[in-house]
Design a protein around this ligand. Sequence first.
Ligand code: FAD
Length: 424
Amino acid sequence: MRTVHVVGAGLAGLSAAVRLAEAGERVALYDAAKQAGGRCRSYFDATLGLEIDNGNHLLLSGNSSALSYAELTGGRAALSTAAEAVFDFVDLPSGERWQLRPNPGRLPWWIFVPSRRVPGTSPVSYLAPARLLRAKPDNRIGDLMACSGPLYDRLWKPVLLSALNTEVPDASARLAGTIIKETLGAGGQACRPVVATGGLSAAFVEPALAYLRRHGAEIRFGERLRAIGLGDGKVERLSFASGETVLGPEDELVLAVPPWVAADLLPGLQTPDAHRGILNVHFRHAPPPCQPLLVGMVGSISEWLFAYPDRLSVTVSAGDRLFDTDREELARTIWAEVAQVTGLAPELPTWQIVKEKRATFAATPAQDARRPGPATDYPNLILAGDWTQTGLPATIEGAIRSGENAARVLHRGAIGVFRSVSKA
Ligand SMILES: Cc1cc2nc3c(=O)[nH]c(=O)nc-3n(C[C@H](O)[C@H](O)[C@H](O)COP(=O)(O)OP(=O)(O)OC[C@H]3O[C@@H](n4cnc5c(N)ncnc54)[C@H](O)[C@@H]3O)c2cc1C
């Protein structure tokens, strides 16, 4: 029986491994780190004295691959899914608050109901992103819709910035169009917020590892892949820091490492090479009673406020501009904004700032064009990762879908559909 070696145990590698195990393949999973989860995991933070996530992650109920993966592995219980698509917003400079409430069905009658839409906007202004749905690969959002005005500032900017993690006018209109199609365009039923209130690892990592163990997979941490031995038109050897693994004649490799690692391991492979950071500021303070799980913040540095039972946590997307700011000064500024939104006392609670410098690839048309598909010129080498061509930006849904794509290509033997790695 052949072995499929999956290198990289982030969500892309875990998703590929789970789908392959489900299909009856023998899987060996490796990761350089001491744990799985990559950019989407939980850990104990000694300063806060709490288990936290490396970053606040928001999904929507339309993220079908992510939810089906959580269902299959048993992680669904750690996810809280809102009963309705309701998004609380506050404009900090004016203090104005509102709720965005798309109706469940596909026909968007909610835009005609003032109490369901953004204050100060007209129904017709909601049609502005329609052109994104027909975007060409080289279109930027700024080419197809006006990136100014009340609706842009209060809806499209916060939503698209968090989905794309890239300055909105420069971001890929095609990727934005896919996001809108699969969420708002599919009706409120597909836009209900989903948050891993039980922790990212409890939702997406630990259940997947348990599933793999139940299916006889071999799982090895602390195994950094240093080189891929190519010969006779296929992968023959994997050189790990701890030693060499020789592939059997039928064995396969799913490479699910970050793009810069894949490019080092496979000279000639083109991958996205520009990235954007995400900043998270965590405060050890329980939310006040009735605090919504998620609040969009407009006109402030803070963009989204997450209320977990034991902490309040703020996300700033494309937050690279803040990475050199004095940490304490930043924590004080952000807490002042949180205190304004929640009504909590201004005294700064225990805090932690987590900076992920290469959180996602920059979702620009130029970077999107550098994404390879899963199949390569080497018949037993398949790529996975949020940076491979999924049609989505770098998200949990994209990572999990890339793992499914890799498993599908490998399992059907349909290699050669997307040629990306040159043999030269
Ligand atoms: C702070 C932050 C906030 C985010 N917020 C959201 C959000 O709100 N919603 C959303 O949908 N998405 C969000 N994302 C994006 C999401 O987390 C990623 O798209 C997803 O986790 C990427 O998974 P991956 O498996 O493709 O990559 P990774 O998680 O990077 O996995 C790659 C794995 O490869 C391993 N590896 C690297 N080199 C080697 C080697 N040489 N040998 C063996 N193993 C190796 C790494 O240790 C890692 O485990 C966020 C990301 C961050 C960082």
